[in-house]
Design a protein around this ligand. Structure first.
Ligand code: SF4
Ligand code: SF4
Length: 118
């Protein structure tokens, strides 16, 4: 029997809306000592990570969208921003395809930059 393809709605069902609990802001790749030091300072906070996707760098700030209701559903669904509309599975946090690299501490940033130079 042919397997039915999962739709976006199926793939989101029972998800605790992981994508509505983080905010990705694009940044430029840190190059100078000062830029690296600034970024290290940001990721000392446990609510802030850095992720890299398709060679683009982002700070990822954990939090919770104010429009997410207590059932983890969007209470602003019809007016949700384009960024929300374009963010769909399987290219999302739940299925692991959203980023290529996740960096969550100054030490991990040092390791990543050191290994990239090799
Ligand atoms: S897009 Fe991904 S992370 Fe967001 S609700 Fe759907 S399955 Fe969950
Ligand atoms: S507006 Fe809705 S879909 Fe967008 S982040 Fe908030 S709760 Fe999620």
């Amino acid at each position: 029997m042919k397997k039915k393809k999962k739709t976006t709605v199926d793939m989101c069902s029972d998800c605790p809306a992981i994508c509505c609990h983080d905010l990705a802001l694009m940044i430029t790749k840190p190059k100078s000592k000062e830029e690296i030091s600034e970024l290290k300072w940001e990721i000392m906070y446990d609510t802030v990570n850095v992720c890299i996707r398709n060679h683009k760098w982002y700070t990822l700030i954990k939090g919770r969208c104010i429009y997410l209701d207590k059932n983890n559903l969007c209470s602003n669904y019809n007016n949700r921003p384009g960024r929300c509309r374009r963010h769909n599975p399987p290219d999302c946090e739940r299925y692991g395809g959203w980023y290529d690299v996740m960096i969550s501490s100054p030490e991990e940033l040092d390791d990543y930059l050191k290994n990239r130079k090799k």
